[in-house]
Design a protein around this ligand. Structure first.
Ligand SMILES: NC(=O)c1ccc[n+]([C@@H]2O[C@H](COP(=O)([O-])OP(=O)(O)OC[C@H]3O[C@@H](n4cnc5c(N)ncnc54)[C@H](O)[C@@H]3O)[C@@H](O)[C@H]2O)c1
Ligand SMILES: O=C(O)C(=O)C[C@@H](O)[C@H](O)[C@H](O)COP(=O)(O)O
Ligand SMILES: [Zn+2]
Length: 347
């Protein structure tokens, strides 16, 4: 399993890992926001490769730029990449490292809540391709992940909400109690120290599942709760030129999939109200979906990686918080009805 270090002494932790791993050279992979907002605080002296920020840049052009940077900086097979950034950087930097000279070591230093609690952990790396999320990638765990809540001090509120959606997902997978505890926590009003124990608990939920099924042959599909629909929302938003943060799309996707869970698996209806009320109170916003978008959303869902055949759409559902059901399918009519209810609940 990946080594996960929780510390606010990030530079010291990096120095120790570099000494331990003894690489021929070290290369920082980041994005230009993080380069300006975070790197000066860490005062590291390694060469930097910085890509443009945002999910729209998690693409083959940025990947090429990273590979080219590694070549021009003289990286060898014994080099070490350090991905410092949000999930875009850890996904893409991880994939660049996994493929450069057929694979070099890398460590992740997540600078967003979302990357700390989810993207930097568990070994999924990749890029978007042909308008589809994470369409090309590899399973490649980092040698270590350094998590420091101190790095989130410059994160905009909407990015904290985005990360918190993946924490809610982990709570829903874990237990009624863990989920309820998360609903009682105001992420926008919280200090980072109070967040830490919840964050650690959340990472443990992911670690436990990944350890059991690192390559998503079965139970890891639980971690995809909210993503069959969430990725469709996210891809459509990118296509329309108005991207939404990944976690917001997942938060909406979880609601659609709770609705399907209610109609197909007896998930309690009061949970739909409790969850949608929470999203509205916290300020996740209202997704701009109309009936005209339904066909495109279904088309995106047909590309979900969990689908084993091209004529069915695979979902991870719940019979109640803490009771997860993988490999469920829903008909097109059931999905369209869920979109209608979703729009009503989010009004
Ligand atoms: N591999 C996985 O298991 C996994 C899990 C969840 C999400 N993801 C992927 O992660 C990506 C989303 O990651 P994200 O939410 O971290 O988005 P992101 O990496 O785009 O970061 C969000 C924004 O915050 C900026 N930023 C990062 N750290 C900052 C800081 N400390 N201060 C100020 N600004 C900062 C970034 O430059 C960017 O503009 C998506 O591509 C998603 O598909 C992957
Ligand atoms: O780690 C996993 O497994 C997940 O599904 C975590 C998700 O939050 C994450 O967004 C992941 O990148 C989705 O993977 P994909 O296989 O659906 O592209
Ligand atoms: Zn996700």
């Amino acid at each position: 399993m990946q080594k996960i270090l929780y510390t606010n002494s990030v530079s010291e932790a990096i120095d120790r890992l570099v000494t331990e791993l003894s690489p021929s050279s070290v290369h920082i992979i980041t994005d230009t926001h993080v380069e300006h907002e975070v790197l000066p605080r860490l005062a590291l002296s390694y060469p930097v490769i910085a890509v443009e920020p945002g999910d729209t840049n998690k693409n083959i052009d940025s990947l090429t730029k990273i590979w080219a940077g590694l070549i021009s900086q003289g990286a060898t097979r014994k080099s070490l990449a350090i991905n410092i950034g949000g999930g875009v950087v850890t996904d893409m930097g991880g994939f660049a490292a996994a493929t450069y000279k057929r694979g070099i070591r890398f460590i992740n230093v997540p600078t967003t809540l979302l990357a700390a609690v989810d993207a930097a952990v568990g070994g999924k790396t990749g890029i978007n391709f042909e308008g589809l999320k994470n369409e090309v990638g590899a399973f490649a765990p980092a040698d270590a992940v350094i998590i420091s809540t101190s790095l989130f001090s410059t994160l905009p509120a909407e990015e904290m909400l985005s990360g918190y959606a993946e924490m809610l997902k982990h709570g829903l997978l874990s237990s009624e109690n863990d989920y309820t505890e998360l609903l009682g926590f105001d992420i926008l009003d919280a200090n980072l120290e109070r967040l830490l124990p919840l964050l650690e608990k959340s990472v443990k939920v992911k670690e436990r599942i990944v350890e059991e099924d690192p390559r998503e042959k079965g139970i890891r599909r639980a971690l995809n709760l909210g993503h069959t629909t969430g990725h469709a929302f996210e891809s459509l938003a990118i296509h329309k030129g108005a991207p939404v943060p990944h976690g917001h799309a997942v938060a909406y996707g979880i609601l659609v999939e709770m609705i399907l869970s209610h109609s197909l698996e007896s998930f309690p209806s009061e949970e739909l109200y409790r969850y949608s009320r929470y999203l509205k109170e916290q300020g996740y916003g209202t997704p701009s979906i109309t009936c005209d978008d339904y066909a495109s959303l279904i088309e995106y869902m047909r590309h979900d990686k969990k689908n084993d055949t091209c004529d069915s759409i695979n979902f991870t559902l719940l019979s109640s918080p803490g009771q997860v059901l993988i490999d469920r399918t829903a008909s097109e009519a059931q999905i369209l009805a869920a979109f209608d209810i979703f729009r009503d609940l989010m009004e």
